[in-house]
Design a protein around this ligand. Sequence first.
Ligand SMILES: *Cc1c(COP(=O)(O)O)cnc(C)c1O
Length: 383
Amino acid sequence: MEEKLHFNSATIHGGQEPDKAYGAVMPPIYQTSTYAQTTPGGHKGFEYSRTHNPTRQALEKSLASIEAGNFGFAFGSGLAAMDAVLKLLKPGDEIISTNDLYGGSYRLFTKIFEDFGLKFHFVGMDNPQNISATINKKTKLIWIETPTNPMMNVIDIKAIATLAKKHGVMVAVDNTFASPYLQQPLTLGADIVMHSATKYLAGHSDVVLGSLVVNDEDLAARIGFIQNASGAICGPMDSFLTLRGIKTLHVRMQRHCENANEIANYLKNHPKIEKVYWPGLEDHPNHSIAKAQMKDFGGMLSFVTKGADYDAAIKIVEKLKLFTLAESLGGVESLAGHPASMTHASIPKELREKSGVVDALIRLSVGIEDVRDLIADLEQAIG
Ligand SMILES: *Cc1c(COP(=O)(O)O)cnc(C)c1O
């Protein structure tokens, strides 16, 4: 059993040991589908790379370590990881989730799994009473995302996990926006933590990958079975890139948070800005939960310009130069997005506006550049 490391060491060393063959400090990219056996069943723990691959296994151990869990699983994308969680359920089972969920998650739930007989309820989760009102005997899973995308609502994981436990309901948390640097949902009572490692974990916008981490051995066995049986795994090269990204997660996150803090305050004091959504601002409706639950407030923020409509918001994102107009988030470089036409275009307009995703909303993934250059870029674009 390895000694429990502090987070800033776990990112570099957690679950890792030098490679057994030559002592390589970074696990080699084992670009192989199969492994030689001396006699049928005579192998070194690896038979076929859908089931196990040494590079993926090194990543899975790292993922478990940084999320303070026992078992890690890596998948071909964040949505492939979510797909595996939903396959734990059966027709007739009900799921409660948030009403400003990541667009791709909403699409997976409603366009794929509803057809397989799962029933989804979308409620405002920043008020746990909305969950109590929806929970029933068929409820099997609560799917939390916090902070939410793009409204940055912060949901009280511990309160919901406590409520869920009373009803024997499993809790999964999409921890993509926060990263384990800011919060570790398993330590707050969640059963499953999921990541689009594409974002902060890998951190360099060069890989698409997903992960799950759990503590319970039976649950781990069921997820491992689904991972192998359905086969939505990631390859060794992507596993390697994600491992390399995780090693600098803590230093990147610190700078993401510092830069976002400066930009949130700059926007808040800007005469042309109507509203800024960042959990670190004291007037954010969930600021006190964020302060208690998270180590810092993250690198994601959204804002609305006074009097702006759909076209005016698009003009601003087009004018930005250092902020690249792109989907995705969590890389070292700053990105800007227009949720209504990009990440949230798959959510019906009435539904998205009800949760605050108006046409004028702009979302920023604040990178780790010099914040003075980022602010100068916003200044010239907002005008
Ligand atoms: C990107 C994202 C996903 C989906 O992950 P992929 O790696 O793109 O499949 C899920 N949840 C959140 C919050 C995301 O940002």
